[in-house]
Design a protein around this ligand. Sequence first.
Ligand code: IMP
Length: 424
Amino acid sequence: MSNVVVVGTQWGDEGKGKITDFLAQRADVVVRYQGGNNAGHTIVFNGEKFALHLLPSGVLSPDKINIMANGMVINPEALISEIDGLKERGITDFDLRISNRAHIVFPYHIELDSAFENTGSDKIGTTKRGIGPTYTDKAFRSGLRMGDLLDLDYFKNRLKAALDIKNNVLKMMNRETINFDDLYQKYLGYREIIKNYICDTSVLLNELLEDKKVLFEGAQGVMLCIDHGTYPFVTSSSPTAASVPLYTGIAPRHINNVLGIIKAYTTRVGEGAFPTEFSNDVADKIRKTGNEYGTSTGRPRRIGWLDLVVLNHTKRVSGITGLSVMLLDVLSGIQTLKICVAYKYKGEIINVMPSIVDHLNECEPVYIEMPGWQEDITEVTSFDELPMNAKNYLNKIQELTGINVKMFSVGPDRKQTIEVEKVL
Ligand code: IMP
């Protein structure tokens, strides 16, 4: 059966939520494969806004199976509050499955995330949700997983061992230590609420792949990938499509349809290199019209022109087979648009992303300029209805990346998502 991976091609916040929600209507199964509540997207459903951080986008429709896969790190408190939030608004009927191998975020991870951020010079600008320390524990083999909650002796012993070490680290960092009994009791409470959702999602997903349509929902963007992003200013997991088999427990052969979500310009939150960043009246206008403030933290996003060095890098490492260009309407009314087609580094033109972030900081973007369009395009329902200059802009992206624009978006509502070619 057909399936699709939805991947952010920039530094996150490209509008994946909207496309995932759109495609989720056609999918039977929605799988979130990495990250935690560092992510966040707003979905407009029946005229109401829903901010989701952990739950897969299919939860708003009762007939979907929603999987939180093994590649995720899950804060149970945040998860329960998200579930409660939906229930309060009448959304009670959803099918949720949580991988027994997904890692659990504990308060000491959050404490350490903020302690590390406030120490030393290389501030990453994390979301302070404990994501990095939880993935660190996973790699260090000292993490606890959702399935551990189903065996209380095992859970208790592992938590005790982990907390002893963490309390020493917290002391070293002049932070308050955490009492074991309080923490254990708290997590026992969470266990009661979520235990029925926990299962082996790899087994389930392999069965579902036989005859169901599956949508794999990435969080963040490829430039925040721990391997292929602007390291060390990245998150601690890999949003690439290549990580889907590992992070969900399926064979790589299932991954051949990858929709790259790209904003018509670029944004970034947190620190780190951003070659096409600019600040002037036009950037302010884009931030205001595009409502470019973080869904999870409310931080204003940094604004830049579209960067095709980034997009071609993402295409290579993530195998993008189609594009969805988001927030095209936000560029209406701008006289001249710029697209970065290469970088100038130490006097040489390069079109490959340097691996050292300091080198990327020294790169100057090489731009082509294109005339913008003045028309309001928010009512447009097809590619043909776009003003000529907007068509030219999309065509240029296709030409310079060799990837077809399969969808584009001209506003926040579901009906403002235009499909040029069927994706799922
Ligand atoms: P962390 O994921 O909280 O460790 O943060 C690491 C970096 O990734 C920081 O620059 C964050 O701002 C960024 N980041 C994490 N999640 C998102 C997201 O969903 N959208 C945009 N940036 C993100």
